[in-house]
Each structure stands twice: as structure tokens, then as C-alpha cells.
Design a protein around this ligand. Structure first.
Ligand SMILES: [Zn+2]
Length: 352
């Protein structure tokens, strides 16, 4: 047995070893950021029927996968836009954000909540994970503009306008009917308020009209925190070339999701890194490396062969190197682009 182990050790491919070393040293110098996971739902409501609890997200897994920072979303599915529904949505969002604060506090030896670019850089230097807070579905704002600041004060730095149904703010990509024809008048005010405070506008899940209107209404770059390419998988949740180009022209980002649902119609066991790279390449060829990144959707349906959880994020770096991407390109894709957008958004807010 010992001899077999020794033979296996000697037989390891030196080229493969050197690529692994390159991946490690690259992660020493870059900042890697994943812009979407749904860990909050499973943390706060482990038995909720919408929870897709898979254990794909933790500070330990971030360390293992060399992932420096991640946006943790307080997600909720769309309910009725009634006084009662909106109150429940606010209670759900508040509960999930409090649960995330609790998690960061309990695990402060491994990570902390980050509120700005400088926090992420400081935590990287300390070898700690950075937890950024976001909201997936602005339903929780109801019709109350003051709640944007309430969530900013809770640490939220990105808000997704919709989930899979229309709300008071905007129309969703997955609803069968249009309610507002894109953003509602209140939705336009919400975007203005997000710009004033320094919160990134997230257009993943938004309808095509909502996305294009949000891009032009926002004074700062917008992000699709977890979306893929419509031309490669034609589902309403993916972005058309028109949307990708509009987002990029405004300086924004298309964060490719690590999920079969977004990437391919192939069976789950056939969806791996080559398809993820295909979607990345498509966006790079259309609008450039400055406008693409990763938004895993872990604990919300994400996960492909070879990248099953946050502990395996380095496999993406390796695949990008094999594809011929330079260290500079990978630094931008993994986190440089997100840091640039965060800085632009907070710079605009500081101008008030
Ligand atoms: Zn989502």
C-alpha cells in the first residue's frame, strides 16, 4: 500500500503541479469576490420551503477556495404586494440580515462584515473572509423610500430590484404579465436613493425593460450579480446582447453564475467548467474583461461539476489560466472589476 502511494506521488504531472502553484500565488496577490449566494435564507430559516440548503457557503469554505469576499444576499421569493405582504417581506429581510451579522460575529476569527472596498482590502491582509451584505428582491422596501437607508444602515451595499415576480419597484423577468412596463415611478425614486447612499443596483431577475431602464436611470454602474448569456441558453433569466452592452457601456458588470440552470440545457452531470468558461468568453468578446465576473448562486441552486461549493473556487482560476487568460485579466474578473464599481458607487454617494 505504501509503495502504491509512493508510485502515485512520483507519477504526478509536474506541469499540473506548476499550474497549481501559479493558482496559489495568483490568489496571494488578487482579491476574489463572488457577488451572490443565498446562505442567509438557510441560516435564518433552515426549514423554510424556499430554502435550498446545501452547505455550499461558509467562511471555512471561502478560505479553502481562496475566495476573499462574497455578497451574502437576504433573499426572498415574491409574495402579494399588500400591506401585510410588504410587512412580512421587511420582517424576513431584517431577520436574514440580523442572522448574517450574528454569523459574522460568531465567526469573527475567520471573517467579518465589510462595508467598503477598504474593509475588503484590510480583511484580505488579515487573512479573513469579507462578508458583504445584499438584498435579493426589493419587495422588502414595500412602498417606503426611507427603508433604503434603513437597509444601508444595516450594512447592505447592493439591492436586487426583483426576484421571480413583479413587485412595487419593478417588473421581473419571470412574471407572465407586465405590471409597470419596467420600473415603477417608485422604482425610479428607489434607484435615485440607492445612488445617493452608495448602494449598487442589481438587475439580475429584472425584466428586460427594467434592466435597460435601471441602467439609464442609475448615475452609477449597475451589476447583474448572478446571470448568464441568453444567446448561449435562451431563458428569460439570462441577459441579451442588448442588455450586456448597455450594462457595460455604463461601466457595469455581468457576473456569470455557476449553475446549470443558467449555463446549459444538458443534464446536470455534464455541466462543468467548459460551459462556465464559454459564457465568460462570450461576455469578454462582446464587451471586454472589465465587465465580467463571478456570482455563484451557491445555496440558491448554484454548483456545477468541478465547482460544487465555495471550497472549489480555485478550479475556476485554473480553468481561466488554461484558457489563456493573463494574470491581469483574472485579477479583474475575480474582483478588480467589483472593487472598481464599489468605489465608483461610493464616490458618487460621497459627492452629496
Ligand atoms: Zn437569484
Amino acid at each position: 500500500m505504501k509503495l502504491l502511494f509512493l508510485c502515485l506521488l512520483l507519477a504526478r504531472n509536474p506541469l499540473s503541479d506548476s499550474l497549481d502553484l501559479r493558482v496559489e500565488s495568483l490568489h496571494d496577490s488578487i482579491i476574489s469576490i463572488d457577488t451572490h449566494n443565498d446562505f442567509a435564507m438557510s441560516l435564518a430559516f433552515p426549514r423554510d420551503r424556499h430554502t435550498v440548503a446545501k452547505g455550499q457557503v461558509s467562511f471555512e469554505l471561502m478560505k479553502q477556495g481562496r475566495l476573499d469576499a462574497a455578497f451574502f444576499a437576504a433573499f426572498q421569493s415574491q409574495g402579494p404586494c399588500t400591506e401585510e405582504g410588504r410587512a412580512r417581506a421587511k420582517w424576513l429581510a431584517d431577520s436574514m440580515l440580523r442572522a448574517l451579522h450574528w454569523y459574522a460575529h460568531e465567526n469573527q476569527h475567520l471573517g467579518e462584515i465589510a462595508y467598503c472596498m477598504e474593509d475588503i482590502q484590510r480583511l484580505k491582509a488579515q487573512g479573513k473572509a469579507a462578508m458583504l451584505l445584499s438584498i435579493e428582491n426589493a419587495y422588502c422596501l414595500g412602498e417606503d423610500l426611507s427603508l433604503v437607508e434603513h437597509y444601508y444602515n444595516m450594512g447592505v451595499r447592493m439591492i436586487g430590484l426583483t426576484h421571480n415576480g413583479n413587485n412595487d419597484i419593478a417588473d421581473s423577468s419571470m412574471d407572465s404579465v407586465e405590471r409597470h412596463g419596467g420600473l415603477s415611478p417608485f422604482g425610479f425614486r428607489v434607484i435615485k436613493e440607492m445612488n445617493r447612499l452608495g448602494i449598487i443596483v442589481d438587475v439580475s431577475h429584472a425584466s428586460r425593460k427594467t434592466c435597460l431602464q435601471a441602467v439609464s436611470a442609475s448615475h452609477t454602474p449597475v451589476m447583474a450579480s448572478h446571470s448568464c448569456v441568453y444567446n448561449l441558453k435562451q431563458i428569460p433569466r439570462n441577459l441579451t446582447d442588448q442588455e450586456i452592452i448597455a450594462i457595460a457601456e455604463k461601466g457595469g458588470l455581468i457576473q456569470i453564475s455557476i449553475g446549470r440552470y443558467f449555463l446549459s440545457f444538458l443534464p446536470k452531470d455534464q455541466v462543468g467548467l467548459p460551459l462556465l468558461i464559454e459564457h465568460i468568453n462570450y461576455v469578454v468578446n462582446l464587451v471586454g474583461i472589465e465587465h465580467v465576473g463571478i456570482g455563484s448562486d451557491f445555496d440558491g441552486g448554484g454548483g456545477i461539476v468541478g465547482v460544487e461549493d465555495m471550497g472549489q473556487m480555485k478550479a475556476i482560476t485554473r480553468a481561466l489560466l488554461e484558457e489563456g487568460y493573463s494574470d491581469d485579466d483574472i485579477a479583474k474578473l475575480w474582483g478588480g472589476n467589483v472593487l472598481r464599481v464599489m468605489e465608483e458607487v461610493s464616490k458618487f454617494a460621497r459627492s452629496f
